[in-house]
Design a protein around this ligand. Structure first.
Ligand SMILES: C[S@@+](CC[C@H](N)C(=O)[O-])C[C@H]1O[C@@H](n2cnc3c(N)ncnc32)[C@H](O)[C@@H]1O
Length: 263
Protein backbone atom coordinates (compact mmCIF):
# COMPACT_ATOMS: atom_id res chain seq x y z
CA UNK A 1 0.00 0.00 0.00
CA UNK A 2 1.25 3.49 -0.85
CA UNK A 3 2.30 5.60 2.09
CA UNK A 4 1.71 9.27 2.69
CA UNK A 5 3.64 12.44 3.36
CA UNK A 6 3.05 15.24 5.86
CA UNK A 7 4.70 18.56 4.99
CA UNK A 8 5.23 19.86 8.48
CA UNK A 9 6.07 23.45 9.36
CA UNK A 10 8.41 23.40 12.34
CA UNK A 11 8.46 27.11 13.10
CA UNK A 12 11.45 29.43 13.41
CA UNK A 13 13.57 27.37 15.80
CA UNK A 14 12.16 27.35 19.32
CA UNK A 15 10.78 23.80 19.69
CA UNK A 16 8.00 25.10 21.92
CA UNK A 17 6.61 26.87 18.86
CA UNK A 18 5.79 23.56 17.18
CA UNK A 19 2.09 22.88 16.83
CA UNK A 20 0.58 19.96 18.73
CA UNK A 21 -0.16 18.35 15.37
CA UNK A 22 3.43 18.69 14.20
CA UNK A 23 4.64 17.17 17.45
CA UNK A 24 2.25 14.22 17.11
CA UNK A 25 3.12 13.49 13.47
CA UNK A 26 6.86 13.63 14.17
CA UNK A 27 6.26 10.87 16.71
CA UNK A 28 4.26 8.74 14.25
CA UNK A 29 6.53 8.94 11.17
CA UNK A 30 8.40 5.99 9.67
CA UNK A 31 11.03 8.30 8.25
CA UNK A 32 11.90 11.97 8.69
CA UNK A 33 13.23 14.15 5.88
CA UNK A 34 14.41 17.55 7.09
CA UNK A 35 15.81 20.87 5.97
CA UNK A 36 18.81 22.83 7.18
CA UNK A 37 16.68 25.19 9.23
CA UNK A 38 15.20 22.42 11.36
CA UNK A 39 17.42 22.49 14.40
CA UNK A 40 18.61 19.87 16.87
CA UNK A 41 15.95 20.59 19.53
CA UNK A 42 13.27 19.59 17.03
CA UNK A 43 15.16 16.61 15.63
CA UNK A 44 15.56 15.41 19.21
CA UNK A 45 11.81 14.79 19.19
CA UNK A 46 12.18 12.11 16.50
CA UNK A 47 11.90 8.72 18.22
CA UNK A 48 15.07 6.63 18.39
CA UNK A 49 15.44 4.19 15.52
CA UNK A 50 13.51 6.32 13.01
CA UNK A 51 15.57 7.17 9.92
CA UNK A 52 16.37 10.87 9.48
CA UNK A 53 17.43 12.16 6.10
CA UNK A 54 19.09 15.58 5.88
CA UNK A 55 18.25 17.16 2.54
CA UNK A 56 19.61 20.55 3.58
CA UNK A 57 22.94 19.69 2.11
CA UNK A 58 24.11 16.94 -0.19
CA UNK A 59 27.61 15.78 -1.03
CA UNK A 60 30.04 18.65 -0.60
CA UNK A 61 28.37 21.91 0.32
CA UNK A 62 25.84 22.00 -2.47
CA UNK A 63 22.18 22.20 -1.70
CA UNK A 64 20.32 19.15 -2.97
CA UNK A 65 18.27 20.09 -6.04
CA UNK A 66 14.53 20.37 -5.40
CA UNK A 67 13.75 17.72 -8.04
CA UNK A 68 15.88 15.21 -6.13
CA UNK A 69 14.05 15.96 -2.90
CA UNK A 70 10.70 15.52 -4.65
CA UNK A 71 11.86 12.14 -6.04
CA UNK A 72 13.04 11.03 -2.63
CA UNK A 73 9.67 11.83 -1.03
CA UNK A 74 7.85 9.98 -3.81
CA UNK A 75 10.13 6.92 -3.53
CA UNK A 76 9.72 6.69 0.25
CA UNK A 77 5.94 7.04 0.05
CA UNK A 78 5.65 4.49 -2.78
CA UNK A 79 7.42 2.01 -0.47
CA UNK A 80 4.52 2.46 1.95
CA UNK A 81 6.23 4.77 4.45
CA UNK A 82 4.67 7.60 6.38
CA UNK A 83 7.12 10.42 5.70
CA UNK A 84 7.36 13.45 7.97
CA UNK A 85 8.87 16.17 5.79
CA UNK A 86 10.09 18.79 8.26
CA UNK A 87 10.51 22.36 7.11
CA UNK A 88 11.57 25.54 8.86
CA UNK A 89 8.78 28.04 9.52
CA UNK A 90 5.71 27.39 7.42
CA UNK A 91 5.90 25.02 4.43
CA UNK A 92 3.98 27.44 2.20
CA UNK A 93 5.99 30.59 2.97
CA UNK A 94 9.16 30.56 0.86
CA UNK A 95 9.40 26.88 1.72
CA UNK A 96 8.84 25.19 -1.64
CA UNK A 97 6.02 23.27 0.01
CA UNK A 98 3.88 23.94 -3.04
CA UNK A 99 6.40 22.27 -5.34
CA UNK A 100 6.66 19.20 -3.13
CA UNK A 101 2.89 18.92 -2.71
CA UNK A 102 2.43 19.13 -6.50
CA UNK A 103 5.06 16.47 -7.16
CA UNK A 104 3.44 14.11 -4.64
CA UNK A 105 -0.05 14.77 -6.00
CA UNK A 106 1.17 13.95 -9.53
CA UNK A 107 2.09 10.50 -8.22
CA UNK A 108 -1.22 10.06 -6.42
CA UNK A 109 0.39 10.25 -2.98
CA UNK A 110 -1.68 11.63 -0.13
CA UNK A 111 -0.21 14.82 1.34
CA UNK A 112 -1.12 16.59 4.51
CA UNK A 113 0.04 20.16 5.11
CA UNK A 114 0.74 21.18 8.69
CA UNK A 115 1.23 24.93 8.99
CA UNK A 116 4.05 26.30 11.09
CA UNK A 117 4.90 29.66 12.59
CA UNK A 118 6.68 31.54 9.86
CA UNK A 119 9.93 33.34 10.70
CA UNK A 120 8.28 36.77 10.44
CA UNK A 121 5.72 35.92 13.11
CA UNK A 122 8.25 34.15 15.33
CA UNK A 123 10.83 36.95 15.14
CA UNK A 124 8.20 39.64 15.64
CA UNK A 125 6.98 37.93 18.79
CA UNK A 126 10.52 37.41 20.07
CA UNK A 127 11.15 41.13 19.74
CA UNK A 128 7.79 42.31 21.03
CA UNK A 129 7.32 44.00 17.69
CA UNK A 130 3.88 43.87 16.04
CA UNK A 131 3.87 43.35 12.28
CA UNK A 132 0.80 45.54 11.89
CA UNK A 133 -0.33 48.31 14.20
CA UNK A 134 -3.29 50.63 13.86
CA UNK A 135 -1.06 53.71 14.10
CA UNK A 136 2.02 52.45 12.29
CA UNK A 137 1.36 49.85 9.60
CA UNK A 138 -1.89 48.88 7.93
CA UNK A 139 -0.33 45.96 6.08
CA UNK A 140 2.63 43.61 6.11
CA UNK A 141 4.41 42.11 3.12
CA UNK A 142 6.57 39.01 3.06
CA UNK A 143 9.13 39.55 0.31
CA UNK A 144 11.93 37.42 -1.07
CA UNK A 145 15.30 39.11 -0.73
CA UNK A 146 16.98 36.47 -2.84
CA UNK A 147 17.67 36.56 -6.55
CA UNK A 148 16.67 33.46 -8.41
CA UNK A 149 19.76 33.66 -10.63
CA UNK A 150 22.50 36.22 -10.45
CA UNK A 151 20.30 38.99 -11.78
CA UNK A 152 19.04 41.98 -9.88
CA UNK A 153 16.29 41.86 -7.28
CA UNK A 154 13.38 42.33 -9.59
CA UNK A 155 10.66 43.60 -7.27
CA UNK A 156 8.00 46.30 -7.38
CA UNK A 157 10.14 48.73 -5.38
CA UNK A 158 7.76 51.66 -5.85
CA UNK A 159 4.94 49.57 -4.43
CA UNK A 160 7.12 48.35 -1.56
CA UNK A 161 8.31 51.81 -0.49
CA UNK A 162 5.14 52.53 1.47
CA UNK A 163 5.71 53.95 4.98
CA UNK A 164 2.39 52.45 6.10
CA UNK A 165 3.54 48.89 5.29
CA UNK A 166 5.87 46.58 7.19
CA UNK A 167 8.30 44.85 4.85
CA UNK A 168 9.76 41.51 5.87
CA UNK A 169 12.52 40.29 3.57
CA UNK A 170 13.31 36.59 3.79
CA UNK A 171 16.73 35.41 2.57
CA UNK A 172 17.73 39.06 2.21
CA UNK A 173 20.83 39.47 4.38
CA UNK A 174 23.35 39.19 1.54
CA UNK A 175 21.34 41.69 -0.50
CA UNK A 176 20.70 44.14 2.33
CA UNK A 177 22.71 46.98 0.70
CA UNK A 178 20.73 46.58 -2.51
CA UNK A 179 17.42 46.39 -0.63
CA UNK A 180 18.20 49.57 1.31
CA UNK A 181 19.33 51.36 -1.84
CA UNK A 182 16.32 50.34 -3.90
CA UNK A 183 13.96 51.47 -1.15
CA UNK A 184 15.76 54.80 -0.98
CA UNK A 185 15.48 55.31 -4.74
CA UNK A 186 11.78 54.45 -4.51
CA UNK A 187 11.34 57.18 -1.90
CA UNK A 188 11.22 55.41 1.47
CA UNK A 189 12.70 57.83 4.06
CA UNK A 190 16.20 56.97 5.26
CA UNK A 191 14.98 57.36 8.83
CA UNK A 192 12.50 54.47 8.52
CA UNK A 193 13.28 52.03 11.35
CA UNK A 194 14.76 48.73 10.21
CA UNK A 195 16.32 45.65 11.72
CA UNK A 196 18.05 42.41 10.93
CA UNK A 197 17.02 39.50 13.13
CA UNK A 198 19.32 36.50 13.06
CA UNK A 199 18.22 33.05 14.24
CA UNK A 200 15.13 34.50 15.87
CA UNK A 201 13.54 32.55 18.75
CA UNK A 202 16.69 30.44 19.25
CA UNK A 203 19.44 30.84 21.85
CA UNK A 204 21.59 32.27 19.03
CA UNK A 205 19.20 35.13 18.31
CA UNK A 206 20.85 38.42 17.43
CA UNK A 207 19.31 41.71 16.42
CA UNK A 208 20.86 44.67 14.66
CA UNK A 209 18.61 47.69 14.32
CA UNK A 210 18.90 51.19 12.95
CA UNK A 211 17.46 53.60 10.42
CA UNK A 212 17.05 52.14 6.94
CA UNK A 213 19.90 54.25 5.58
CA UNK A 214 22.39 53.03 8.18
CA UNK A 215 21.40 49.40 8.58
CA UNK A 216 23.63 47.89 5.87
CA UNK A 217 26.81 49.36 7.42
CA UNK A 218 25.73 48.31 10.90
CA UNK A 219 24.97 44.79 9.73
CA UNK A 220 28.38 44.48 8.12
CA UNK A 221 30.06 45.70 11.33
CA UNK A 222 28.04 43.19 13.35
CA UNK A 223 29.16 40.34 11.02
CA UNK A 224 25.73 38.80 10.89
CA UNK A 225 25.18 35.36 9.41
CA UNK A 226 22.00 33.76 8.03
CA UNK A 227 19.32 32.75 8.73
CA UNK A 228 18.20 36.33 9.01
CA UNK A 229 15.16 38.44 8.33
CA UNK A 230 15.32 42.06 7.30
CA UNK A 231 12.37 44.04 8.61
CA UNK A 232 11.73 47.59 7.47
CA UNK A 233 8.91 49.73 8.79
CA UNK A 234 7.70 51.96 11.59
CA UNK A 235 6.75 48.96 13.75
CA UNK A 236 10.45 48.21 14.28
CA UNK A 237 10.43 51.12 16.71
CA UNK A 238 8.33 48.90 19.00
CA UNK A 239 11.04 46.20 19.22
CA UNK A 240 11.86 44.98 22.71
CA UNK A 241 8.65 46.23 24.21
CA UNK A 242 8.54 42.89 25.98
CA UNK A 243 11.20 40.94 27.82
CA UNK A 244 11.99 37.67 26.10
CA UNK A 245 14.27 34.95 27.40
CA UNK A 246 16.38 34.67 24.28
CA UNK A 247 16.43 38.10 22.74
CA UNK A 248 18.73 41.00 23.15
CA UNK A 249 18.64 43.99 20.86
CA UNK A 250 22.35 44.28 20.69
CA UNK A 251 22.78 47.15 18.32
CA UNK A 252 20.13 49.83 18.15
CA UNK A 253 20.30 53.25 16.71
CA UNK A 254 21.55 55.93 19.06
CA UNK A 255 19.47 58.56 17.33
CA UNK A 256 16.10 58.48 19.06
CA UNK A 257 14.59 60.84 16.52
CA UNK A 258 15.31 58.43 13.72
CA UNK A 259 13.64 55.43 15.30
CA UNK A 260 11.22 56.91 17.79
CA UNK A 261 7.62 55.83 17.62
CA UNK A 262 5.71 58.31 15.47
CA UNK A 263 3.04 60.18 17.43
C1 LIG B 1 13.93 29.25 2.58
S1 LIG B 1 13.29 30.47 3.63
C2 LIG B 1 12.20 29.50 4.60
C3 LIG B 1 11.16 30.30 5.31
C4 LIG B 1 10.25 29.45 6.16
N1 LIG B 1 9.47 28.57 5.37
C5 LIG B 1 9.35 30.30 7.07
O1 LIG B 1 8.14 30.26 6.88
O2 LIG B 1 9.88 30.97 7.94
C6 LIG B 1 14.66 30.70 4.70
C7 LIG B 1 14.69 32.10 5.26
O3 LIG B 1 13.75 32.25 6.31
C8 LIG B 1 14.24 33.17 7.24
N2 LIG B 1 14.33 32.53 8.55
C9 LIG B 1 13.97 31.27 8.85
N3 LIG B 1 14.12 31.04 10.16
C10 LIG B 1 14.58 32.18 10.70
C11 LIG B 1 14.92 32.58 12.03
N4 LIG B 1 14.81 31.74 13.06
N5 LIG B 1 15.36 33.84 12.22
C12 LIG B 1 15.46 34.70 11.19
N6 LIG B 1 15.16 34.37 9.92
C13 LIG B 1 14.71 33.14 9.67
C14 LIG B 1 15.59 33.65 6.74
O4 LIG B 1 15.37 34.80 5.94
C15 LIG B 1 16.00 32.48 5.89
O5 LIG B 1 16.96 32.87 4.92
Amino acid sequence: MTGRVALIGCGPGDPELLTIKARRLIGEADVVVYDRLVGAPILDLVPAGIARIDVGKAAGRHVRPQAEINDLLVRLAVKGRFVARLKGGDPFVFGRGGEEAEALARHGIAVEIVPGITAAAGCAAALGMPLTHRDLASSVRFVTGHRRDDGELDLDWDGLADPDTTLVFYMGLANLPEIALRLMVAGLPGSTPAAVIVAGTTPDQRVCAGPRAELPARAIRARLEPPALVVVGRVVACASLVETPTSAVEERTDEPSSIALPR
